[in-house]
Design a binder for this molecule. Structure first.
Ligand SMILES: Cc1ncc(COP(=O)(O)O)c(C=O)c1O
Length: 407
């Protein structure tokens, strides 16, 4: 049995039908499906270990605390980070907002510059617009060419007063991969911090936070075969040691002492950044997803998906009405395109009627779409369980688009 067939059988939802047709799920950039090991890990946690963490003195609380600790170890090991560098969040959006409230509001002032790009997901764009309004800092936006590549020379020549560079590792709209080393080297030269939005990277490539050398790394567990409502922010140890990163949620669990007129926060960053009851089941589920991927091997995942992306690019290029957007190489996970004379939502609806799930719209990247006059695009995005047969079904699906719209 092939690697794909094995992995398909691990995902119960892939055995379901849509409009009477077998589901072909090509919307993985929005969220991935969950394997049985993740679903079981969550159920088993609730069946065998559920209790509040840390505060209990009883055995079940210890068991739950241990489950959370082990989950944190597995997740951070998977991402090449240290346990204390992880702040668990509900998703990438919350993680990036954590950098706004925990770092930016304490470290930016009027006249400072934040740099982001036209390629960003709104989560890594709107947040910086807002922080600039709050602090008086200025937002600079690196232009992106039609291939979805950042103008690195522009970045290198706009470094004055830059305090933060916030870029996506992999574009959710075009699949473009950032030259992280180049960005980090520009940032280090001017003493700026770097935030990497890893939402579209973690499920597709081996991520080593320490080797990347960035200061912040945001990711969503639900795009990594983990549960909805799981994710995290990695913060480089040095920033934690220097107290450059501040807690932004206050309350129980994160304190050392509370007095009528002041409070001392926990020294330990894991405690300091965990206010209130954590979602232990989500962390346990996400850890199970990390283990699942480790067993397959991220190199195998990357290779498999690269084959699928190349195959999709080849097949889509043969459809005269389709214009592929973004780079032909240096692309991970997704392929977006325009279909001449047919709105992306109509393309997606006709494909859906055949059981094929794709995404249409601006994919939360309006600045990119506006810059290139794309009203809406259609995106197919891949995961480990997709096959070349899925791409073939997609290509056949276009025959109906052509019949319905006469294009
Ligand atoms: C590149 C990128 N950043 C951020 C996000 C936001 O992720 P979430 O909705 O899980 O917060 C997404 C979601 O699609 C994304 O693709």
């Amino acid at each position: 049995m092939s690697f794909q067939q094995n992995s398909r059988d691990d995902f119960p939802v892939l055995g379901t039908s849509v409009h009477g047709k077998p589901l072909v799920y090509l919307d993985n950039a929005a969220t991935t499906q969950k394997p049985n090991v993740v679903i079981d890990a969550i159920a088993n946690y609730y069946k065998q270990s559920n209790a509040n963490v840390h505060r209990g003195v009883h055995s079940l609380s210890d068991k739950s605390t241990l489950a959370l600790e082990e989950a944190r170890n597995t997740i951070t090991h998977f991402l090449g980070a240290k346990n204390q560098e992880l702040i668990l969040t509900r998703n990438t959006t919350e993680a990036i907002n954590g950098v706004l409230y925990g770092w930016a509001l304490h470290n930016l002032t009027k006249g400072d510059v934040v740099v982001t790009s036209q390629l960003e997901h709104h989560s890594n764009f709107v947040v910086w617009q807002q922080v600039c309004k709050m602090t008086g800092a200025e937002l600079k936006v690196v232009p992106v060419n039609a291939n979805g590549e950042l103008d690195y020379e522009w970045l290198e020549s706009h470094t004055q007063k830059v305090k933060l560079m916030a870029f996506t590792y992999v574009s959710n709209a075009l699949g473009t991969v950032l030259d992280v080393q180049r960005v980090v080297s520009v940032a280090r030269n001017v003493g700026a911090r770097v935030l990497l939005d890893g939402a579209q990277a973690v499920a597709h490539m081996l991520v080593d936070f320490t080797k990347l050398g960035v200061d912040f790394f945001a990711f969503s567990g639900h795009k990594l075969y983990g549960p909805m409502g799981s994710g995290g922010l990695l913060v480089r140890q040095e920033l934690l040691d220097k107290n450059e990163m501040h807690p932004w949620l206050f309350g129980g669990g994160m304190i050392a002492e509370v007095h009528a007129d002041h409070t001392l926060f926990h020294d330990d960053p894991v405690e300091r950044f965990t206010a209130g009851t954590p979602d232990v089941a989500s962390a346990v589920g996400l850890a199970a997803a990390c283990e699942y991927l480790t067993n397959i091997g991220m190199e195998t995942v990357a290779q498999h998906e690269a084959t699928l992306v190349a195959y999709a690019l080849e097949k889509l290029a043969q459809i005269p009405s389709v214009e592929i957007l973004g780079p032909l190489t240096n692309r991970v996970g997704s392929v977006s395109f325009l279909y001449a004379g047919v709105h992306a939502h109509d393309v997606a609806q006709v494909l859906d009627s055949q059981g094929i799930a794709v995404r249409s719209g601006h994919h939360c990247t309006m600045p990119l779409h506006l810059a290139h006059d794309w009203i809406a695009t259609t995106r197919v995005s891949f995961a480990i369980y997709n096959t070349k047969a899925d791409v073939d079904t997609l290509i056949t699906g276009f025959e109906k688009v052509s019949q319905v719209f006469g294009k």
